[in-house]
Design a protein around this ligand. Structure first.
Ligand code: AVI
Length: 334
């Protein structure tokens, strides 16, 4: 049975993941400036905190994309009919709570199966179980893995469409984003589609509010990475002595999140000592914002061609349908 097999496979992946977590943390905190990879935010608690962020009015990317998706899905349904793609297989990268898939499943009646990939296993299994209850005819396979890597997917004979909502691609550096797009192309195959949500450049005060909510949910999400290090790597971070710091870096076109040491302090992790000067920060996340044309150029470098583009009101968010054509095959590139 697909689900049991996928779960078995993930056991090995989980221990590899634990090892790389330790190595990445020790390496990242030895760098100047210190840094931690944002993928490590998402343990069970971190995933829950991210869901809480999505419930905030200030965090517009979530609401704006969700409001746009039914229109996108209705257009897609027509698009695939016109392209004579009868049945669809969707692969969601970084599936999380699987809430964004609902407008697609409600509007496109040709989706036969869904492979949901996410690094947070427990959260993923719960979300998949819920989805199976709601869509009884849908074949749902969870894969608890790092979605940025190429994955061997079994052949279905159906038209494949990757789904990467939420502007999670913004959390990757440009080079990493290119690698992701390249790997997604390898995973999905030539001719496959990718529906991707990308946050846009916009007035700074909107961005600032989205990453500095007054209730401090984003601050807790940021600090949770320290709690995780304490628990999983025998660390002794005192969360009271670190502050959340998020700002828009105009030169790089990205929101940066940091954890700032509020005093000079020493921290032990996995029997190693790290010194923090007062005001020194750990860079925990980038969230790149793209003009749609900037993103189309990036995607094309990885052989993904823009077939459709939907913009949210006030250009607050963009959703693109890309198609993968790695060789010389010509496609309609409107
Ligand atoms: C998951 N990702 C797209 C979010 C973002 O906006 O970059 C993560 C996040 N960080 C702080 N708030 C939300």
């Amino acid at each position: 049975m697909t689900i049991a097999l996928a779960t078995q496979d993930t056991e090995q992946a989980t221990s590899e993941h634990d090892r790389s977590f330790r190595e990445d943390v020790l390496r990242g905190l030895a760098l100047r400036p210190k840094q931690l990879a944002p993928k490590y935010f998402y343990d069970e608690r971190g995933s829950q905190l991210f869901d809480d962020i999505c419930a905030l009015d200030e965090y517009y990317p979530y609401h704006v994309e969700l409001e746009l998706l039914p229109t996108v899905a209705a257009d897609l349904s027509r698009f695939f009919r016109a392209e004579k793609n009868d049945e669809l297989s969707i692969v969601e990268f970084g599936a999380g709570s699987l809430r964004k898939i609902t407008p697609l499943l409600n509007n496109i009646d040709t989706v036969k199966n869904l492979t949901a990939i996410d690094i947070s296993e427990e959260h993923l299994l719960n979300s998949c179980a819920e989805l199976r209850r709601r869509y009884s005819g849908l074949d749902v396979t969870p894969l608890a893995q790092d979605f940025t890597l190429p994955l061997p997917l079994s052949q279905t004979g159906l038209t494949r469409m990757g789904f990467f909502p939420g502007s999670t691609i913004g959390n990757l550096h440009r080079q990493q984003a290119l690698e992701f797009l390249h790997n997604a192309g390898q995973t999905l195959g030539s001719g496959a589609y990718l529906l991707i949500g990308v946050d846009t450049k916009k007035p700074e005060h909107i961005l600032h509010q989205a990453y500095n909510d007054p209730r401090g949910v984003t601050a807790n999400f940021n600090k949770n990475i320290l709690t995780r290090i304490n628990r999983e790597l025998d660390g002794d971070f005192d969360l009271m002595h670190f502050g959340h710091h998020a700002f828009y870096n105009k030169e790089h076109g990205r929101i940066e999140m940091h954890l700032r040491s509020l005093r000079a302090q020493r921290v032990q992790i996995a029997a190693r000592e790290f010194y923090f000067a007062k005001g020194e920060s750990i860079h925990t996340e980038n969230s790149y914002k793209y003009h749609p044309s900037e993103f189309a150029t990036l995607a094309r470098k990885a052989h993904w061609h823009t077939r459709r583009l939907w913009m949210a009101p006030d250009d607050l968010f963009a959703i693109s349908l890309l198609q993968y054509k790695p060789a010389t095959t010509k496609i309609d590139d409107r």
